[in-house]
Ligand binder design. Sequence first.
Ligand code: BES
Ligand code: ZN
Length: 636
Amino acid sequence: MHIRCLLLAGLTSLLFAQDQDRRPTPLPMPTVGKAMDKLEAAKDFHSYANPSAVLTTHIALDLKADFEKRVLMGTATLQLKLVDKSADHVDLDTRNLEIEKAESSRDGKAWRIETHTLAAKEPILGSKLTVSLSRESRFLRVSYRTSPGASGLQWLTPEQTAGKSLPFMFSQSQAIHARSWVPCQDSPRIRITYSAVIHTPNELRAVMSADNNPNAKRTGTYRFTMPNPIPSYLMAIAIGDLDFRSLGKRTGVYAEPSVLPKAAKELEDTEKMVAATEKLYGPYAWGRYDILVLPPSFPYGGMENPRLTFATPTILAGDKSLVSLIAHELAHSWSGNLVTYATWNDVWLNEGVTTYVERRIVEAVYGRHQAEMEAMLGRRTLQHLVDTLPAGDTALWFSMKGRDPDEDTSEIAYEKGALFLRTLEEAYGRKSFDTFLRAYFHRFAFRSITTAEFEVYFHNHLPQEPPERKVPVPVQAWLYSPGVPEGAAVPQSDAFELVESRMKPWLEGKATASLIGVQKWSTQEWQHFLQKLPESLSPIRMNELDAAFHFTDSGNAEIAFLWLQLSIRHGYAPADGRLQAYLTGIGRRRFILPLYSELAKTPAGKRRALEIYKLARPGYHPLAQTSIDQVLGYNE
Ligand code: BES
Ligand code: ZN
């Protein structure tokens, strides 16, 4: 970090220590990029791979899914490029893999056994696998099996699915869990193409972040190719009782049969979203865009696996009010999957740019009004984080060295990143900024870059001073300083003012809750309403709200989440049963973790949390288990 700061300070003074009236001479990008690389300023501290010696270019998987043992087993054949011709070994990332043997080959036909050593497990990184390489090896074949508790896989019993009759499994490779199901160089700087042969029980279908065939028959064997180079965290697989429904000429949805009709209805605007994004930022580079709706234990809202976004069923609100999540994952097809962060320190390049693009898609498809409400809620989240996190964790670029990216990646990257881009948009004008962003995606397509590279590109492609009468944007402060810099854009929505004016008479005790007079509020208006309630409400007042708006019974996961959080805070007993049902029914970490944390604030609450957790834990994804174990101090 020190080296990087020094270098950037140097770069900045070069860029800015010029006469105010003169445009600084832009630095050619490669100079800085190379200098940074040399100093290893862009080193990925979350991988054992050494890309300056050996690079993987392609991985061919041949894996069988054994649902009884809960393992994937078979081979991963890595195609290698020896950057250092004298390299005599390769270091791979693994976590809890059982390695049977490693073999190398010059031609992919004749194989020889290589020695392999699995180092002791490091808590965050897993185990380094070192394999010797005979001279001129171009292929490395590893025979292995995963462990039943693999951090990047979840195996579900039939009871945990919608259909209740067949099992299910899915992967979640981001942040650093690809290594728990594929021995690989698990670093976003290293891009690979992949192919796979997947063997499943005959009655199940396999899908991957690759060229899925919607018409594939359930034969027990599925073949896939991902022809575009992707980082390892985008390798993904799911196997279950999955059917397909087309949504448009290149879009569709996979889900369990009983979920499919609702999913298809909710997601019917997907094709429009793809078209809207292409209009803004250039052609969609990945062929098909399909969505897989997973069972409720999926630990995230969504995951941008290329060609096949993975999504939580909690977005199926019935009124499309939560489909901005699809806009988000789709946006990653440009920001993230095309242009990828080089290290975890640069995660804002994925999530911040994506959150900005997400709102542009929402605006294009659903209108400015909807996009502004979402931007305002995001702005509030950002303020809350800035007010509560250690200052150092609120810069866009920040050092993740020694930290667990699953636990320490905050919404700062998302919301501060989005606000930064919006501020730039307003300063330079939408037209210029759109042109800039489109060119940026094109320039760095299929590449992984650092914040410093973004910065240099920015300085070379947008003038130093925005158009007249606009205030210059303090780019350095946005990227490297804590908090929200002066002059940040201000999202605005009169919808929320209206909500507040409706709340006022009730808050002042001048009207009953039923008189708040809600006219079909959207989820976002309800979110605003629930977030604006006073710190403390009497049980009678809670009851009154519940009777008027049926929050406890809300089928909308976002609204129920906020209400349950309030209920815990206020000891509102009528919601107790719903809380337990919610926590045992959903595994999305963003919802369940804060509820457990809220419970854990009092001794009685903590006892209750542990009671519920004991029931719910076996159904949670390993990732959610790890986070909640920490919050509750739970040891198995
Ligand atoms: N790529 C992320 C999920 C992720 C981030 C996984 C970091 C592991 C580490 C995905 O695009 C995402 O941001 N999902 C959000 C939804 C979004 C609408 C904010 C989520 O899951 O809540
Ligand atoms: Zn994202």
